[in-house]
Ligand binder design. Structure first.
Ligand SMILES: [Mg+2]
Length: 216
């Protein structure tokens, strides 16, 4: 049986089922400024950092010939909507048992997320089992130069575990995240959402029906 030297986990859409809620928050925030975001546009925001998403949404608002809010104004509208929604996010299937198995087998784990430290703390409130992952790279990590799809989040997470990226198994759900992990040289496992085509992902990834499908 093959076991990973280390596991690098995405959070949103991989361990917690937050992605539909993130989409809803962006949709409501853009709607506040008069813009209607399509389902296709919301899918493009998956896995990316909040500031990167904000720039993208501002671009779409401008492209709709509407007055473009500042990043601050957009986030000020979105933040309370998102915070209220995030506490409702359930765990993804198999997430908790996988973390518990890694901990029991002493497989090093790190979080490799685009979410900020404060956002992760907030979302984790109803899920104390996420505390099994103590090594973390957040989207606002001072040592992080670029967000997903750049490889930095995974490179930094591997470095903090002291494990070569090519020996790490990365777990992702979004095309941006899977691209980041593949560029970092990790063995990428993807639990793909039903609403995203496999062509949106880099080649060479291992597809999982759910985190329960892992055999180690
Ligand atoms: Mg994700």
């Amino acid at each position: 049986m093959t076991r990973p030297s280390a596991c690098l986990f995405d959070l949103d859409g991989l361990l917690l089922d937050t992605e539909p809620l993130h989409g809803q928050a962006w949709q409501e925030a853009a709607g506040h400024f008069g813009a209607a975001l399509s389902r296709q546009q919301l899918l493009q925001l998956r896995g990316r950092r909040r500031l990167d998403c904000a720039e993208q949404v501002r671009h779409w608002i401008g492209a709709a010939a509407l007055p473009v809010p500042s990043v601050e104004a957009l986030l000020a509208v979105r933040q309370p909507i998102a915070e209220a929604l995030m506490l409702q996010a359930p765990p993804m299937e198999g997430a908790r048992s996988l973390l518990e198995r890694c901990a029991a087998l002493r497989i090093p784990m790190a979080l490799a997320t685009s979410s900020s430290s404060a956002a992760v703390a907030h979302k984790s409130t109803p899920h104390p089992w996420l505390g099994l992952i103590t090594v973390r790279v957040h989207g606002d990590d001072p040592a992080l130069r670029a967000g997903k799809p750049e490889p930095d989040v995974f490179l930094l997470a591997a470095e903090r575990l002291g494990v070569e990226p090519r020996h790490c198994w990365a777990f992702e759900d979004s095309p941006a995240g899977a691209t980041a992990a593949a560029r970092a040289g990790c063995l990428v496992h993807v639990v793909a959402p039903e609403d995203l085509p496999r062509q949106a992902y880099p080649g060479g990834v291992i597809w999982l029906e759910s985190l329960n499908a892992l055999q180690f």
